[in-house]
Design a binder for this molecule. Structure first.
Ligand code: HEM
Length: 418
């Protein structure tokens, strides 16, 4: 199987029915058109994910129902998942575990990853963003992904986990290789699998040492708190601690980087909304949410039927796999008025729009959401406060997305800033 070989573009002669082709490289720039056609005509659409037959779910109500139902699981532990997950070099993170293991680990992590820890990080995160913007203004240009989003994300995770600044940059390299490896294994090339394995080993070697140091000399970072986290007699084992630390980086790095890329590009494409946000900074929190609905960094997630069950009028059997395309659900006209309009006021005021699925819902709801929101608001807030003019420094047609399917990731985003 060639990496990324997950769909072909059927000609009209081959099929009268709309096919799910959003993963085709030609649709990378705009998967939303195809999502919309599929949602309208085949909301539960059969699809070959490489050699795995799955159903693509695109309606908001169906995605939400699956995410909230215990009829649907990951199923790796029970051996029923059709999605092969083979990062044998990594302990499985609780992102892909089911209860009761998921419940236990998430509960222990929740004890350490408290709102107090997260809120205390805000001033440093914002100061970092302000510094990066001031540097960019001095040169007049900013490559948003490598010079803004990546340092913001590695700085934030480094601060959270107590990783010194000089190692923070390595976190991104590791996370990039591991994040590509979060697409189903059968879609990855040999080179990508090898890069993921090397990054995982390097990453673990570093974190094993860090954990040992923090056990011996605790500080107030998350690794020290995780090492100390206890629930009655329960605590995280050494392997679990490693798994949780790496999950934070894998779950929190590329998502945050891609979020910032998406937010800046979307605002540049909607100058009226950009101007409105400059005028009314109180809309920042709503704008952060609207980006997660409109062009979310995590496009879909996967689940497996634990037993015979029904969704959207269709019966699924135990072991059947679904791709829940939350990015398509965000544009569902049954869930949002004028869903293709980017509207930064949508989540503001006494009657905000329905919650988006950008952080998922149900038991796997993003554990880092409060931190992600602070980081997102700081990044956008600092960029607007520190500039009077922003514009794309290349043609739209030159924008390139990385090959990942789950992550919607701009390779670069050069802008002019003054
Ligand atoms: C804008 C940035 C982010 C986005 C869009 C995002 C999105 C998501 C989504 C969609 C899920 C659930 C996947 C599923 O249901 O299968 C998730 C889970 C998770 N995220 Fe985030 N995330 C972001 C930032 C972060 C950050 C900064 C951290 C930590 C520092 C983090 C930690 C986690 C963890 C630990 C989970 C697993 C939760 C569980 O399985 O119970 N995320 N995230």
């Amino acid at each position: 199987m060639v990496a990324g070989d997950v769909s072909t573009e059927p000609t009209q002669a081959e099929s009268d029915q709309v096919e799910f082709t959003a993963f085709h490289p030609a649709h990378k720039a705009d998967p939303y058109r195809n999502y919309g056609q599929v949602r309208q005509t085949r909301p539960l659409c059969p699809f070959m994910l490489g050699d795995i037959p799955v159903t693509v779910v695109t309606r908001y109500a169906d995605c939400e129902a699956v995410l909230q139902s215990d009829d649907w699981v990951h199923g790796y532990d029970a051996g029923i998942s059709p999605f092969r997950e083979g990062n044998a070099s990594a302990p499985r993170s609780f992102l892909r575990m089911d209860p009761p293991d998921h419940t236990r680990l998430r509960g222990l992590v929740n004890k350490a990853f408290t709102p107090r820890i997260v809120n205390a990080m805000e001033p440093r995160i914002r100061a970092h963003a302000d510094r990066l913007v001031a540097d960019a203004r001095a040169t007049g240009t900013l490559e948003v992904i490598s010079e803004y989003a990546a340092p913001m994300a590695s700085g934030t995770l480094g601060q959270l986990l107590g990783v010194p600044d000089d190692v923070g940059a390595s976190l991104r390299g590791w996370a990039l290789a591991i994040a590509r490896g979060t697409d189903p294994d059968n879609l990855l090339s040999e080179d990508e699998l090898a890069a993921r394995k090397k990054a995982t080993l390097d990453f673990h070697r570093y974190f094993e040492e860090l954990i040992a140091q923090r056990r011996a000399h605790p500080t107030d970072d998350l690794v020290s708190k995780l090492a100390a986290a206890r629930d009655r007699d329960d605590a995280l084992s050494e392997t679990e601690l490693l798994g949780v630390s790496s999950l934070m980086v894998v779950a929190g790095m590329e998502t945050s980087i891609n979020y910032i890329g998406s937010a800046v590009l979307t605002l540049l494409r909607h100058p009226d909304q950009l101007a409105l946000l400059r005028e009314r900074p109180e809309l920042l929190a709503s704008a952060v949410e609207e980006v997660l609905r409109f062009d979310p960094p995590t496009q879909f997630t996967m689940r497996t039927a634990a037993r015979e069950t029904e969704v959207g009028g269709r019966t699924f059997q135990r072991g059947d796999g679904v791709l829940l395309v939350s990015a398509a659900a965000g544009r569902d006209p049954d869930a949002y008025a004028e869903p293709d309009r980017f509207d930064i006021t949508r989540f503001h005021g006494p009657t905000p729009a329905r919650r988006h699925l950008g952080f998922s819902v149900g038991i796997h709801f993003c554990l880092g959401a409060p931190l992600a929101r602070i980081e997102a608001a700081s990044a956008i807030g600092a960029l607007l406060a520190g500039s009077t003019h922003l514009e794309l420094a290349i043609d739209e047609g030159e924008l390139v997305y990385l090959p990942s399917l789950i992550h919607r990731a701009l390779a670069t985003l050069p802008v002019r800033i003054s």
